[in-house]
Design a protein around this ligand. Structure first.
Ligand code: FAD
Length: 384
């Protein structure tokens, strides 16, 4: 393959697809989007597919979520594809230990205009009788969240990006980044060299490996999480919100006729892990405690995905100071789908304008990890 482009994006997960799309929208159409497997085959197809403001409890990250939420509400008009969003609401419950953190998060959300109700255990029991509330201290409820379709987002961005001139290569693995005199020259791949003055690392959980090719250490903390989906289970009503148990880091929501359940925060250094059998019993124990009727459910299918968290739980977006032309759009952890419009826009603004103007991007700069004597930076304590 003899190729060249103005920009090569490594990784066609939701972040890489959004980046390529936003570059094209902002006028850079000579873009190569490289994917070693298939579009979305990494973490982006393994998620719980929730669009959530309640999840974004970090004051630096919340403005990005508010921006992205608005963009998703107009996605069909803008991109031409529906994302199948259903506004079902999000309930978080906590015991005494995490109650004050949850209340603090509720205040932050409210101060940004996000409708968030604080509920006592009696009110939770009245509204959602299937939930066991005996050990709960508090809950918060936001009506604006709900599931959407990750594949529609991915393919919506890819389709429009291609119409604008972006070239997508699937089944082509990047194997190196060529740098000369501190400047990017292009990307080595399994099918030859692609010359480009600008390269974006959007490789999700693999981003640290890509960073090592040019001698930088991207501080990711990849964590595996499993999803189980039950056989049809009408005992939980259709209008039940997404329910998150903060103490157990466990959640469920309706998925078609069944129930989707998520749990797990297991550090991993391989990305083909399958832990849903290993975590199954622990998950069932939590499920049956919090929602006793789930004892009657049976599991139909399950999978494991890897959340590409950064060590301070904030994404890492922007240029790499030591390598001119190299940009990062990584570390989106458990919110890459929620934040994809902001993530793509922010990085495109860096490349096209030199710096983002739509957002305060400073909390996400890679440089925060490079400060003398403060390698961890100052991150959120709430990132999940
Ligand atoms: C169980 C679970 C539940 C989740 N629930 C939600 C949720 O409800 N809402 C939400 O917003 N987020 C959720 N997330 C998080 C979300 O899925 C991620 O934040 C998001 O998918 C990250 O996207 P990405 O593009 O950075 O990574 P990925 O989707 O992993 O994309 C990276 C891509 O890069 C490719 N790649 C890597 N190396 C190379 C290479 N050398 N050459 C070419 N290609 C390469 C990979 O094949 C991959 O396709 C969840 C995650 C998990 C695991």
């Amino acid at each position: 393959m003899e190729e060249h482009g103005q920009v090569v994006v490594i990784g066609a997960g939701v972040i890489g697809c959004s980046t390529a799309y936003h570059l094209a929208v902002m006028g850079i159409r000579d873009v190569v989007l490289l994917e070693m497997d298939q579009v979305g085959s990494g973490t982006s197809s393994k998620s719980a597919s929730m669009l959530s403001l309640q999840f974004c409890q970090d004051e630096a990250v919340l403005p990005l979520a508010l921006y992205s939420y608005q963009r998703y509400m107009a996605f069909e008009e803008e991109v031409g594809t529906t994302v199948d969003f259903r506004r079902t609401g999000w309930l978080t419950v906590a015991g005494p230990e995490k109650a004050s953190a949850l209340l603090e998060a509720a205040r932050l959300l409210q101060s940004h205009g996000v409708t968030t109700e604080v509920l006592g255990p009696e009110e939770i029991a009245r509204r959602y009788p299937e939930i066991y509330t005996g050990d709960l201290a508090v809950g918060t409820y936001g009506p604006d969240d709900g599931p959407f379709d990750a594949h529609m987002i991915l393919w919506g961005y890819v389709k429009r990006a291609r119409e604008m001139g972006v070239r997508l290569y699937q089944g082509v693995r990047a194997t190196g980044i060529r740098v000369r005199s501190g400047r990017v020259e292009g990307v080595e791949t399994t099918q030859g060299f692609i010359a480009a003055p600008v390269v974006v690392n959007a490789a999700g959980p693999w981003a640290a490996e890509v960073g090592r090719w040019v001698g930088i250490e991207i501080p990711l903390d990849n964590r595996a999480r499993c999803i189980w989906v039950t056989r049809p289970f009408p005992e939980i009503p259709d209008d039940c919100p997404f329910v998150e148990d903060l103490d157990a880091e466990w959640y469920f929501r309706r998925e078609g006729p069944g129930i989707l359940i998520g749990m797990g925060t297991v550090p991993v250094d391989r990305f083909d892990v399958e832990l849903s059998q290993v975590l199954r019993d622990a998950m069932i124990e939590v499920a049956v405690h919090r929602v006793p009727i789930l004892a009657k459910a049976s599991i139909q299918t399950s999978w494991t995905g890897v959340r590409p968290l950064s060590i301070d739980r904030r994404p890492i977006v922007g240029p790499v100071p030591s390598v001119e032309g190299l940009f990062l759009n990584v570390g989106w952890g458990g919110m890459g789908l929620i934040q994809a419009p902001a993530a793509g826009r922010m990085l495109a603004e860096y490349i096209v304008q030199g710096r983002p103007t739509t957002f305060d991007a400073r909390p996400f700069a890679f440089a925060r990890f490079l400060r003398e004597g403060d390698r961890l930076g100052k991150g959120s304590t709430h990132g999940r």
